[in-house]
Design a protein around this ligand. Structure first.
Ligand code: IPM
Ligand code: MN
Length: 338
């Protein structure tokens, strides 16, 4: 567990509570907490030392709360801790499912057919840190941020997305990019998407430019089943997806290495929300749903499904009324245990 910063601490505590409650008696759970994030950085100047990275690599899975604090310069923890973990453990599949949850404040209420999953590439694109600037501060300064798209990296995530689409009833896969402007990256994505697609004749495919995709997320979200897209488009689209399907307090994610070579890492899509840290207002549901993804990844399908059922039932019972972080965790733990 890497609780991290702000509300990360509070929501991971609830995630652990529900995990402990749902596991069968004969499963022995061993956890270890890693002190990583803003406090560690202030104390030692370290973001993710080699020793911690090495130790983390021996676990079956990682549960992360949130990283980031206004007292740390922007990018230090994001790049030095969160992205370093994703890159070091080769989390090339960033899985972000969206289902419409009951009784949530969403502009799409009453559209139960919304059930899609975004397969966001997690190790390439504009996230690699490739680029730079001479930082002259003059009007002639140039800054570049180069998107890296390797055939190796694109193929493996596209193939994973086809596998996921093929395993779902609707068997539909949409590629989202911007190949009318980003002609180099867009071309390699579309070529590989089409080539790999020949191996999955039962999967219906579709292509959308990212700007058009944002319209359909709001006006016609039921058209989506599985979406595959690059790291940055996936980042933006999944915040939008969360907002329209129940709010960022419910959005779960998995940073997955499907080969099993490294532990996969599960985290809520939301950030550390320092403005509400310590107030008991944080909704731990996104973390609890990330625990469900973690269990599914490790082969505990029944337990994952129990958590997801419990969340639905709890949202129906809550009916939009406020409950504290702790109260939500207690209610979910009670449901999955019973
Ligand atoms: C997310 C976050 C991260 C990202 C940041 C904190 C680096 O926004 O997990 O979506 O951009 O991937
Ligand atoms: Mn994001």
């Amino acid at each position: 567990m890497i609780p991290g910063d702000g509300i990360g601490q509070e929501v991971v505590a609830q995630g652990l509570k529900v995990l402990t409650a749902v596991l069968p008696q004969d499963v022995k759970l061993e956890t270890k907490e890693y002190d990583l994030g803003a406090q560690r950085w202030h104390r030692t100047g370290e973001t993710l030392p080699d020793a911690d990275l090495e130790a983390l690599g021996h676990h079956d899975a990682i549960l992360l709360g949130a990283i980031g604090d206004p007292s740390v310069p922007s990018g230090v923890l994001e790049r030095g801790l969160l992205l370093k973990l994703r890159f070091a453990f080769d989390h090339f599949v960033n899985l972000r499912p969206s289902k419409l949850f009951p009784n949530t404040a969403t502009p799409l209420a009453g559209r139960p057919e919304i059930d899609f999953v975004v397969v966001r590439e997690g190790t390439e694109g504009p996230y690699t840190g490739n680029g730079g600037s001479l930082r002259t501060g003059t009007p002639a300064e140039v800054a570049t941020e180069v998107s890296v798209n390797t055939a190796y990296g694109v193929e493996r995530v596209v193939r994973d997305a086809y596998e996921r689409a093929n395993a779902r009833p609707r068997k539909k896969l949409t590629l989202v990019h911007k190949n009318n402007v980003l002609v180099h990256a867009g071309r390699i994505w579309k070529d590989i998407f089409d080539t790999v697609g020949a191996e999955y004749p039962e999967v219906t495919t579709d292509y959308l430019h990212v700007d058009a995709a944002t319209i359909f997320f709001v006006t016609q979200p039921e058209r989506f089943d599985v979406i595959v897209t690059d790291n940055l488009f996936g980042d933006i689209l999944t915040d939008l997806a969360a907002a329209v399907t129940g709010g960022i307090g419910l959005a779960a994610s998995g940073n997955i290495n499907p080969t099993g070579a490294f532990p996969s890492m599960f985290e809520p899509v939301h950030g550390s929300a320092p403005d509400i840290a310590g107030t008991g207002k944080a909704d731990p549901t996104a973390t609890v749903l990330s625990v469900a993804l973690l269990l599914r990844h490790l082969g505990y399908e029944a337990q994952a499904a129990r958590i997801e059922e419990a969340v639905r039932a709890d949202l129906v019972e809550r009916d939009g009324t406020f409950r504290t972080t702790d109260a939500i965790g207690d209610a979910l733990a009670a449901r999955v245990a019973g």
